[in-house]
Design a protein around this ligand. Structure first.
Ligand code: DX5
Ligand code: ZN
Length: 221
């Protein structure tokens, strides 16, 4: 079942010099999750946030920390991000030799486990994994940078995953990440997504605009 839509601002678009205030501000403005993009300069062509930053942010927000690991191999970092205060840890199947083991390890650490599918990764990557997942993330851009254009072909993937999740009957978040604006948010929701990551669309206009940005993103199609 598609759950009520939740908004997950990606702090990649926040003011990095004031990150604590930024996570507090989007939380007060109605965000549900805080989406934290972790990049290693190897799996993706950018370097962002490490576990110490997540730990430093934790006292500034009681929202769900939705940690998206774009690092390879991911296994070596699971404990550090779990200890730092992640609530959900999402990994890419290409970021390690044994994805099933990685997901079990996230659960063993007491965290929710997510699987992220790149634009070129087929729906079938969730086969044999879906019952163990708490979240499936559909990348609607190639990972690495905020502010890219939504890849419309990923709407089919969202629809296919919606059907699989509904057939299974388990509450699994279906999250879409990349190029979400007020229009693509509606398309993604119609296709079946129930968590919208939004970096640029949340943070544009500065703190005075966050509440209105989040309200508009959440508006049903
Ligand atoms: C891309 C990241 C996204 C990105 C979203 O690798 O996973 O979370 O920051 O940014 P926008 O919403 O600006 O496309
Ligand atoms: Zn992300």
């Amino acid at each position: 079942m598609q759950q009520p839509v939740r908004i997950a601002p990606s702090i990649l678009s926040a003011d990095f010099a004031r990150l604590g205030e930024e996570v507090a501000a989007v939380g007060a403005a109605g965000a549900d999750y805080i989406h934290i993009d972790v990049m290693d300069g190897h799996f993706v062509p950018n370097i962002t946030i490490g576990p110490d930053v997540v730990r430093a942010l934790r006292p500034h927000s009681s929202k769900i920390f939705d940690v998206h690991l774009m690092v390879a191999p991911a296994d070596a970092w699971l404990v550090a991000f779990a200890d730092a205060g992640a609530d959900i840890i999402t990994v890419h199947p290409e970021a390690g030799p044994h994805i099933h083991r990685t997901l079990q390890e996230i659960k063993r650490l007491g965290k929710k486990a997510g699987l992220a599918l790149n634009p070129g990764t087929p729906v079938g990557a969730v086969e044999y994994l879906l019952p163990d997942l708490d979240l499936v993330l559909v990348m609607s851009v190639n990972p690495g940078f905020g502010g890219q254009k939504f890849i419309a072909s990923q709407l089919d993937k969202i629809r296919a995953l919606r059907a699989r999740i509904d057939a299974l009957g388990k509450e699994i978040d279906l999250e879409v990440d990349g190029g979400i604006n007020f229009d693509t948010a509606k398309q993604a929701m119609l296709a079946g997504a129930d968590v919208l990551v939004a970096g640029t669309a949340t943070f544009t206009g500065g703190p005075g605009a966050y509440a209105e940005n989040i309200r508009r993103l959440r508006q049903p199609a």
